[in-house]
Design a protein around this ligand. Sequence first.
Ligand code: ATP
Ligand code: MG
Length: 335
Amino acid sequence: MKHERRVLSGIQPSGSATLGNYVGALKFWVDDQDTSDCLYCIVDLHALTVDQDPASLREQTLQLAALLLAVGIDPNRSTLFLQSQVPHHAELSWIMECVATYGELSRMTQFKDKGKGSSTVRASLFTYPALMAADILLYRATHVPVGDDQKQHLELTRNLATRFNNRYGETFVIPEPEIPKVGARVMDLQDPTRKMSKSSKSDAGNIYLTDTKDAVAKKVQRAVTDTENKVYFDPNNPGKAGVNNLLSIFSALKDEEPNEIAARYSGYGHLKSDLTEVINETLTPIRTMIEELRNDDRHLIELLHNGAEKAAVASRDTLRRAKSAMGLIPWSDGS
Ligand code: ATP
Ligand code: MG
């Protein structure tokens, strides 16, 4: 290991990546490459927890790989790979399901939100956090940069690793969550009580990283605010949720305090037009780069294969140790 810090994080190819994904996670993925050993995983198995059209899943996966490269993930410095190409994830996931309890998985709010109590939701949506724990623990990650919506899953990962270590002997590293101070939960522009989600069908509420300049302008102009027409930041006031969200996005992209930004504006119109510019400054180079990368999908696929090979080597030993600690008999080659 070159660095003390080892970072692992994942993103689902469940739709087109949003500005929420960028300011809550991807921005930090890029920066972490200077200070850490980084593994970034396109978690395609997680995407299967809800129905995906096979052709769309394939397309979204390649598009997401191109997007990650376009935002600045460097495959020479980081390991960028597809979860489904490293079988260790599915294998350790089963072991994590044997460590987790039904009660603790039942308490996961994301399952309750996405499952909405329906008995026809896929069983994998319920066990998803065990797979997420496996993703992280396999690589002995010390730090996991995620948006605030993943805090509870991270806490579960820590609990499972600790329980495993206590029961079967020191095997896993207990990872630290890294949740940004601003932009940790970007909200839907049309319904600021809901987080922006790439799998939600809220086209007007989501800003996609591949949106055109005009689309960004339209969405920001139409973003829900309130009738007060006074720009100030008050995260504890639900009546200001829309404006708070716009200021948080501005703040995350410009590294400036929301209050300082708010002080420059006397009405929503100017705030919205300046925010549009700030967002487009970030998105335009990303969009151009994605288009270039998508001209050569074979190259993208090859790059992902190389990543998966590196990831398989990096995770082999921890899986072997976990299995053996539980009493499973290894193959003669030690795996
Ligand atoms: P899905 O709707 O399929 O769950 P998603 O938009 O929630 O998609 P994920 O792939 O689940 O995206 O998560 C990728 C990363 O983006 C995670 O670190 C997650 O915490 C972060 N993230 C997701 N949505 C937001 C958001 N609205 N604000 C900030 N961070 C977010
Ligand atoms: Mg999500």
